[in-house]
Design a protein around this ligand. Structure first.
Ligand SMILES: Cc1cc2nc3c(=O)[nH]c(=O)nc-3n(C[C@H](O)[C@H](O)[C@H](O)COP(=O)(O)OP(=O)(O)OC[C@H]3O[C@@H](n4cnc5c(N)ncnc54)[C@H](O)[C@@H]3O)c2cc1C
Length: 412
């Protein structure tokens, strides 16, 4: 006979320990709300998470008094956004117009970022995190509202009873599916192959993106290696992976010659991970007892590297709107929960519209072009490259996001 699930209870249960979940867990616990974060993996050591900590997130860290300690962790500072488009260098963004303390994107592997946040959160008595806690479904109260979650862990099945459950479990969210929340698919014509290639740490080449006919490679400088993203048409991985890895080497190096000397680090297809991209949005982000934020509410494309940013901003807005009410006790109303949706819908729509426009107008066009064909730098990129003031404006928009949030939730 199966043993009964281990049942615990809490005021707020956050599902998923990514950027949205960890920041929200930290902020709610900081406000004195008993919060448990459930994360299905044993650690944060996975590559798919992206590396960008944007100025808006740095400012949030500053507002929380955490920035100096955070920046002690190894990172690179990206002060401008540049790339190679065909044979031309393009310069798209310049962060120097922002206040000096966050006039850059901190490039830090996300496991370091999350490790830092969870370390700070664990100092708060109201916070707890359970790793290897895989949420598999929702608990429902007699009145039909969500009353917590169920899941499995190495210790066995568990249930967490919670007054408020917040799904932060990313773009393949179990919580949103279990809640039956309706999704609007905005379409993503690309997938990404993710791999790493050795880098000479003294190299001065820091271009973030390299574009050649048919191919687009993102190169994230991680000191002694490049974290690379090779953009492919949606569903194109299977055909490519039937070919010898040498064909892949050729395509990558033709687009990003900087990778030539260490491309052999990619020994076989098992060194290349397929990341499927989707862009979608829930029509409602909540139902009684439950709210979704971050990618669980709106899956983001990697375009612009802004998904982490948006997830953190959602978390800050959620804490601003709900922490004091959660702390005060009693049930949150549907209107309380929907306030997060109302606040964050416009920035989400605007950011996704930017991502979809770039996907459809730049990436699809690049991938549809063939070797030998001239690759024309799109007009907006030309204009940005020519006008430094616009580069500062663009960097501000990208770095701070649309409707940036400030920490207004209380500290207990
Ligand atoms: C290929 C690719 C590259 C990207 N690169 C960047 C980038 O460089 N910069 C950027 O800003 N954005 C990037 N993005 C977007 C970014 O990854 C997301 O927008 C961002 O991670 C969303 O944060 P989140 O906390 O909402 O979700 P996630 O980061 O997806 O975190 C969800 C967490 O929930 C956990 N989880 C999932 N299911 C369960 C479950 N059932 N039970 C318990 N835990 C669970 C997961 O393990 C994970 O830790 C990229 C996206 C893709 C597809």
């Amino acid at each position: 006979m199966a043993s009964a699930p281990i049942t615990t209870s809490t005021r707020c249960c956050v599902v998923g320990g990514g950027p949205a979940g960890m920041m929200l867990g930290y902020l709610l616990a900081r406000a004195g709300v008993q919060t448990v974060v459930l994360e299905k993996h044993a650690d944060f050591l996975r590559d798919f998470r992206g590396d960008t900590v944007h100025p808006s997130t740095l400012r949030i860290m500053d507002e929380l008094g955490l920035l100096d300690a955070f920046l002690q962790r190894p990172h690179q500072r990206l002060r401008s956004l540049n790339g190679v488009f065909g044979s031309e260098r393009v310069q798209l963004g310049d962060f120097s117009g922002l206040p000096e303390r966050y006039a850059f994107i901190a490039m830090m592997p996300q496991w370091d970022f999350l490790d830092f946040l969870v370390g700070e959160a664990k100092k708060l008595p109201a916070f707890s995190v359970r790793m290897q806690a895989n949420v598999t479904g929702l608990l429902t109260a007699e009145d039909g509202s969500v009353a917590g979650v169920r899941g499995s862990s190495p210790e066995g099945e568990f249930e967490v009873l919670a007054d408020c459950t917040i799904g932060c479990d990313g773009r393949h969210s179990t919580v949103r599916a279990a809640a039956g929340l309706a999704v609007e698919d905005l379409g993503a014509p690309i997938d990404v192959l993710w791999f790493r290639v050795g880098r000479d740490p003294s190299s001065e080449d820091s271009a973030l993106a390299r574009v050649a006919p048919g191919h687009f490679v993102v190169t994230l400088d991680r000191g002694d290696y490049w974290q690379c993203a090779f953009v492919i048409p949606k569903g194109g991985a299977e055909a490519l992976q039937k070919q010898d890895i040498a064909v892949f080497h050729e395509q990558v190096v033709a687009t990003a010659p900087v990778l030539l000397s260490h491309i052999g680090d990619v020994r076989s297809w098992s060194d290349v991970k397929l990341l499927t991209v989707k862009v979608d949005r829930l029509l409602d982000w909540s139902k009684p007892g439950l709210l979704c934020i971050g990618d669980a509410a709106h899956a983001m494309s990697p375009v612009g590297g802004v998904g982490i940013n948006l997830a953190i901003q959602d978390a800050v807005a959620t804490a601003n709107l709900l922490a004091a009410k959660l702390r005060a006790g009693g049930a949150l109303s549907e209107d309380d929960l929907d306030a997060v949706h109302r606040r964050r819908l416009w920035p989400t729509k605007a950011t996704q519209a930017m991502q979809v426009a770039i996907q459809n107008n730049v990436l699809v066009r690049v991938m549809g072009s063939h070797a030998g064909e001239p690759l024309e730098v799109p007009l907006p990129m030309r204009v940005l490259t020519a006008v430094p003031a616009l580069q500062r404006l663009f960097a501000r928009l990208l770095g701070m996001g649309v409707r940036p949030e400030h920490v207004r939730s209380p500290a207990a």
